[in-house]
Design a protein around this ligand. Structure first.
Ligand SMILES: *Cc1c(COP(=O)(O)O)cnc(C)c1O
Length: 360
């Protein structure tokens, strides 16, 4: 069985820990633009909460993460029983599919999309049904609807889509929800939703309010800048949430991580400020990359997709020689996280040189 589970390939690390290299690494350590992390250090209040919680390391955490769950329920206008936290939203997805899938059940998702999906589907023995992206590297909602059969348990929707960037629109998500049977879960993965500026972007929590089969995945790993804390959650109908909760590991989220997430929530305006800086950089980078002749899709996230096909490994090696670790997907393209302005300048320069020296 294990042989049939695909392996998750993380974004390459820098050799040291974290974005600028760990303690003791040279000043010129490469910059990590491979995992869509926020380029900013944790906020002082978040660090203080995390450190305070370290004094409780001899204790198990609160198993239900009650304080965080209540804060998230209030934030999203749902009942606490509709919130299930776990060690990242990938873990929540694993728990959800484990709860609902039996061997031979089918799970539909767009492809290319998040590389954790084929793994999460294969683990409970379900059958992955990848549906190729349509024009603009966007979800092909009609093809996804057509891929639903009486074996389909869930449809995964990634908006904005990792690694290509575009959102699914409100109208597209509504069409999908209307078209699938009411007992098929529509799982809306909003890992990057805080970066989306498109007014037509789908709104998972709003759909959940009207449809009991909608599940929303959120994470503190991206816009909230807490990838190392490992906190994500789902929002769902109470019965769906209960099933996912039943499959979760007991005491999954450490107390310090929950405290850091709570402190981050309390500093929400700062999150929006930081996200605004990243979005401004994204909007600066996109036209410059397109002016090089690259067909870069509309990114509504904190990364850009360079669809260079079978030259992906070559381009990633080129940016790496320039000190920037990007994420190649062999045969498809390269995903580069939007970083600090100087890093984005260097990225654009490295790509520009690569384009001009290899296209002639
Ligand atoms: C990063 C990411 C997540 C969140 O991962 P965590 O486990 O919460 O760190 C979920 N979905 C997508 C599409 C992602 O890119």
């Amino acid at each position: 069985m294990l042989g049939s589970i695909p392996t998750y390939k993380p974004g390459r690390a820098t050799g040291g820990v974290g974005a600028g290299g760990g303690p003791g690494t040279a000043a010129a350590a490469p910059v990590k633009l491979s995992s869509n992390e926020l380029p900013f250090e944790p906020l002082p209040d978040v660090l203080a909460a995390y450190r305070r919680a370290a004094g409780e390391l001899n204790r198990y955490p609160d198993m239900t993460c009650s304080e965080l769950v209540h804060a998230l329920a209030e934030r999203h206008g749902v009942q606490p029983a509709q919130v299930v936290p776990a060690t990242g939203s990938v873990a929540v997805l694993y728990h959800l599919l484990q709860a609902f899938c039996e061997a031979g059940d089918e799970v539909v998702y767009a492809w290319r999309s998040f590389e954790a999906y084929p793994i999460a589907v294969a683990l409970p023995g379900a059958v992955p049904v990848p549906v190729p992206l349509g024009p603009g590297a966007r979800h092909d909602i009609d093809a996804m609807i057509a891929a639903v059969t009486d074996r389909t348990v869930a449809v995964l929707v990634c908006t904005p889509n990792n690694p290509t960037g575009p959102v699914v629109t409100r109208a597209e998500l509504a069409r999908l929800i209307d078209a699938v049977p009411a007992d098929v879960l529509v799982v809306v993965d909003e890992a990057y939703i805080e970066f989306a500026t498109d007014g037509d972007a789908a709104d998972g929590p709003a759909e959940l309010a009207a449809h009991r089969n909608v599940v929303v995945l959120r994470t503190f790993s991206k816009a909230w800048g807490l990838a190392g804390a490992r906190v994500g959650y789902l929002l769902a109908d109470e019965a769906v949430a209960a099933a996912a909760r039943a499959c979760a590991l007991p005491f999954g989220v450490p107390y310090a991580s929950a405290e850091a997430a709570l402190a981050a929530l309390a500093a929400e305006p700062t999150m929006h400020t930081r996200v605004g800086l990243v979005v401004a950089e994204r909007e600066r980078l996109l036209p410059r990359l397109r002016s090089l002749g690259l067909e870069v899709p509309d990114s509504q996230a904190n990364f850009v997709w360079l669809p260079v096909g079978d030259r992906a490994l070559e381009l990633a090696a080129t940016t790496e020689r320039a000190g920037l670790i990007t994420r190649p997907f062999a045969g498809a393209g390269v995903r580069a996280t939007v970083g600090r302005p100087t890093d984005n300048d260097r990225l654009q320069d490295a790509i520009a040189i690569w384009v001009t020296t290899t296209s002639s």
